[in-house]
Design a protein around this ligand. Sequence first.
Ligand SMILES: [Zn+2]
Length: 187
Amino acid sequence: MNITDGWLSAAKRVVSPNFDMRPDATDISMIVIHCISLPPGEFGGDWIDRLFTNTLPQDAHPYFAAIEDLKVSAHALIRRTGEIVQYVAFHERAWHAGESSYAGRTCCNDFAIGIELEGTAETAYMDIQYERLAELIAALLDCYPTLSRRRIAGHSDIAPGRKNDPGPSFDWCRLWRLIERRPVART
Ligand SMILES: [Zn+2]
């Protein structure tokens, strides 16, 4: 996977307006794993793209009306098919973490890359999603030397009590195994 100017060449690009500049552009030092499905528990369709581009039709589902005012984004989404969609360049600040804290620092959006998995906290993720996630993390580690395998966390870890994603359905051991298998090339 190649990253050029903050964008994955292999990803579908759906540009979100929900981003701004990081306070320190050189500080990209953690990865946050999330899950999302729209409506909750349903997979497929382009509702997530629509949410992140502020074009979700309120009348299409009662849940959509409830989140009408939400301005959110993530850097990338890994769909259940393995397709990757990118919304925000990795060096920009996406709006995924909300009120959060990691290793003594608050406002994780400032320094984090947010990756969404299409799924729920209760439904097993797809094999291809783990594979793609590991490939994406390897590419990010190559591209941004300030990132580290040791600074990858779930949304629930940085916003405990408020968020539960990616949930008990996410197999962290499996991710660690996949990441460790991959040598990280440094030039
Ligand atoms: Zn989340």
